[in-house]
Design a protein around this ligand. Sequence first.
Ligand SMILES: NC(=O)c1ccc[n+]([C@@H]2O[C@H](COP(=O)([O-])OP(=O)(O)OC[C@H]3O[C@@H](n4cnc5c(N)ncnc54)[C@H](O)[C@@H]3O)[C@@H](O)[C@H]2O)c1
Length: 328
Amino acid sequence: MIKSGGMVLVRQIGYALVPMIARGVMLGADQPVILHMLDIEFAAEALKGVKMELIDAAFPLLKGVVATTDVVEACTGVNVAVMVGGFPRKEGMERKDVMTKNVSIYKAQASALEAHAAPNCKVLVVANPANTNALILKEFAPSIPEKNISCLTRLDHNRALGQISERLGVQVSDVKNAIIWGNHSSSQYPDVNHATVKTPSGEKPVRELVQDDEWLNGEFIATVQQRGAAIIKARKLSSALSAASSACDHIRDWVLGTAEGTFVSMGVYSDGSYGVPAGLIYSFPVTCSGGEWTIVQGLPIDEFSRKKMDATAQELSEEKALAYSCLA
Ligand SMILES: NC(=O)c1ccc[n+]([C@@H]2O[C@H](COP(=O)([O-])OP(=O)(O)OC[C@H]3O[C@@H](n4cnc5c(N)ncnc54)[C@H](O)[C@@H]3O)[C@@H](O)[C@H]2O)c1
């Protein structure tokens, strides 16, 4: 069976993402894909160029490309929808103005997905404010199960693994079970209390190996929280290849499952686990199996973590209120 590979866009993240999908990075090396790419009229010509490049690359797994500015055509029959398009905050704009623009984009895309996507379509919202855009999408696509709507915090999760690997001089593939709690914003809480590193003498807790709680509770957290801004400062553009790669990790683990004993971070609809208010899209530690995610339960939460988890939940509640006020 051929799986449609979702809605992606032509510029930064979209441009990095499409070859990854077409090469099997997202859905597996034996999964043929059809790519549906959506952009706005303004970018229609560039979108055509991306389609030409995809054809020229002769990807063996790529069985079709739809490049369109019609949201219905883009959504029709897709099994996986990666939502990269959004309205960026520009100089002088109020938060409410940006939210109003994004609410209207996500409302329209939700309706198109609800009416035209394949049953059981999995949705990943990347565009910021990612958690709240996902929540709006959920509100306006009530027949899509809430379990099928998520937002990207895997990039933050991977950034946390990367920082630990750099600090300890170990392979990033030997570090696991960091957690991003909450919002994909600078209020997120990167938590390594349950993270481990594979060593020749077995798995060891990150805290035991780093032996510097001051760094882990201070600079490490700030570095992960501010990494997006640091990339913009250095590259004069926001993160694109790492966001695209993390989007592939997110979908791959969701569809194909997480390794035994490994959890990852996903922004998902809160059921009240860990005292997080129900009804927010909040990043939790999850395991995936059989195409479903499950929040990891029973992790001990200390007072330091509690405060940070509550602060990012508070920010999400405020964003939710702002989004609803834009709808009114
Ligand atoms: N969640 C994360 O980890 C993460 C990481 C990096 C960036 N982001 C966010 O991802 C988004 C995309 O980033 P980028 O650097 O690729 O931006 P970009 O500006 O290069 O690409 C966005 C694309 O969306 C298109 N677009 C705008 N409105 C649209 C609409 N209504 N329908 C369809 N397409 C539309 C634009 O034409 C453009 O091609 C931004 O919101 C960014 O803040 C999220």
